[in-house]
Design a protein around this ligand. Sequence first.
Ligand code: ASP
Length: 354
Amino acid sequence: MKQILTLLIGFFVLFSCNNVKNDSSLEVKSTEFTEKIEPTFGIVIHGGAGTILKKNMTDSLENAFHSKLKEAISTGHSILEKGGSSLEAITATINIMEDSPLFNAGKGAVFTNEETNEMDASIMDGATLNAGAVAGVKRIKNPINLALSVMNDSPHVLLSGAGAEEFAREQGYEMTDPSYFYTKKRFQSLQRIKKKELEKKTANVSFEDPLIKNSKFGTVGCVALDKNGNLAAGTSTGGMTNKQWNRIGDSPIIGAGTYANNTTCAVSSTGWGEYFIRAMVAHDISAMMEYKGVTLHEAAQEVIQNKLPAIDGVGGIVAIDKDGNVAMEFNTPGMFRAHMNAEGELIIKIYKDE
Ligand code: ASP
């Protein structure tokens, strides 16, 4: 009888313990479940870096920049919030900035020395390391969309000039009349730079003139992390005012103007493209994280504040890492920039000390 009683007590104790164990594992499971249904996401944009000073800005222009940056980032953010991909979010966001004359991309593209507009763009998928880019297109309203088509619908990464437009035609893109890209402000900038260049030539001043160095780089770019943990980056530009000989900058160069890798971060650059190509800025930030194990913030700071200035490079980047950490780093007096996190908190800034 005593033995049966001991056995019964034993069973009772064992049963209670099991119950406790099951309860706590349920708790763990429910924590895991909570984490899964609310994954983090985020989006960061730039509208160019350069000599952007408060004293040269009117209130109405500042407001116009603020509201366009807000419209663009909110569009991408709501795509991400609804579970859309980082690639969808960045193309929709960049399209809004390409359609605005405020930025040096699409509608507001700067003029070449030949008084035409030649646009460059690129996009990269951090999940697959697939990428697409176009350079020197003249009749494409939204070059970032064509970059995406190159990535998705061609076996290539970078198409240029007439060939890129031929591909666009085959993909059903509408050819935009080049007059669409005319804006008085950009045309006047070209005339001003041409005049200065002429004066420079006559005075025999070196190429690395402060006028070029201090100019504004109004390229647009966007990086995003979606709810599935996928990173993507995109950049679109008219290049640099007065460029000639079919010059191509960093924006369509994967690794320089744009880079995304799910294991590290997504980066979009803006600045004097030649230096960004030589420093392989976007990839270098990712590589520093991958090989040195540094944070996104440390990598971005090292590249933009030390490595780039060491070769006289000017400009900045926006970046986001796989955990949603963000960098908006630049070595110029200003950079149009905005960030929105999963909680919907929005930051919009223009100048350095803001
Ligand atoms: N990086 C671009 C280029 O060199 C210019 C810019 O950022 O505005 O073409």
